[in-house]
Design a protein around this ligand. Structure first.
Ligand code: UDP
Ligand code: MG
Length: 311
């Protein structure tokens, strides 16, 4: 039988949420009269998440799971789900119930109206600290300015995408995944559905600041060469300033002949130019690091076990 809807659920230490999530999903999906599959991707959880998933899978044939060999990160977990999904449409949803399963009805209705991407847009955002909200807002604003893809503000990965979009995503082999950017880049008919984002039901966020920073850097480097251009702009500006200083130094040395052994200006300019150089080398390094990751061409993820055939 053809599956209408695949639900992809990345799991990292969500033992307290999985059961309730399943119940809410089950209720919504049975009301919708669609043929569906739930794909849980256990991304190296350190708690009992995988046991709970397997228990559910024993009871319900619609449940599929992929168990990673270690933690590969949220975007990779979602990618594995996309790779193994077979539905004509696919929904990506968080396991912590911040994305209300009941919204799936609205997403699916829009899909039936003929949209290939229906993303859930947060009208409000509960239970997240100001720092996270501000940094997220600033990040998307900057990203919008320096890239050509426009990523809709206040959206995450909670969205429905058509099989056509999934097939294109599977052809984008980059190691650094920034799915919301890739989906915008792919195009097709896209629309937003608004919702109020809930608090995490239980447990704590798996997105540490370190993971968020890496995610942000992946987003920028995958879609923009602006930082590299910035390096050369900064180089020009600093060289120009250095040239002016040189003129001034020559002028004071030979024309007004009033010069002190200029330790201050010397040390300042050396430090300044040294700093700029290090920034530029670092920026280039960010890109080269990612390039070499792609050239090594390692598998994106390693599966320990799964109940999906042909994985
Ligand atoms: N997640 C994952 N791998 C990770 C971190 C998170 O699969 O390394 C999952 C997590 O279980 C949840 C979703 O990704 O289903 C979103 O993560 P989280 O709620 O921790 O992020 P936040 O909502 O705080 O941004
Ligand atoms: Mg969350």
């Amino acid at each position: 039988m053809e599956i209408n809807l695949s639900i992809i659920i990345p799991i990292y230490n969500e033992e307290l949420n999985i059961k309730l999530l399943y119940e809410r999903l089950y209720k919504v999906l049975t009301q919708m009269h669609v043929i569906y599959e739930l794909i849980f991707i256990n991304d190296g959880s350190k708690d009992k998440s995988i046991n709970i998933i397997k228990e559910l899978a024993n009871r319900d044939k619609c449940i599929k799971y992929i168990d990673f060999s270690r933690n590969f990160g949220h975007q990779i977990a979602v990618t594995a789900g996309l790779d193994k999904s077979s539905g004509k449409s696919v929904i990506i949803i968080d396991a912590d119930l911040q994305d209300p399963p009941e919204l799936i009805v609205d997403l699916y209705n829009k899909y039936n109206e003929g949209y290939q991407v229906v993303y859930a847009k947060r009208r409000s955002r509960k239970g997240e600290n100001l720092l996270k909200k501000w940094t997220a807002k600033a990040f998307y604003r900057i990203l919008g300015k320096i890239t050509s893809v426009s990523i809709p503000v206040d959206t995450g990965d909670f969205r429905l995408i058509d099989r056509k979009v999934v097939d294109v995503l599977k052809k984008m082999p980059e190691q650094q995944k920034f799915l919301r950017g890739q989906i915008s880049w792919i195009g097709f008919k896209q629309i937003a559905v608004e919702y109020d984002r809930d608090e995490r039901h239980a447990g704590k966020t798996g997105y540490t600041y370190k993971k968020m920073l890496r995610f942000a850097a992946d987003g920028i480097t995958s879609f923009s060469n602006f930082p590299l251009k910035f390096a050369s702009y900064a180089g020009f500006i600093v060289s120009f300033i250095a040239f002016l200083i040189m003129l001034y130094a020559l002028y004071s040395r030979f024309i007004i002949k009033e010069y002190v052994p200029g330790w201050t200006s010397l040390i300042i300019s050396v430090m300044f130019i040294g700093g700029i150089q290090l920034i530029c080398v670092g920026l280039i390094g960010e890109y080269i690091g990612r390039m070499s990751a792609n050239i090594r061409n390692r598998p994106l993820y390693i599966i320990n076990e799964s109940n999906i055939e042909n994985v």
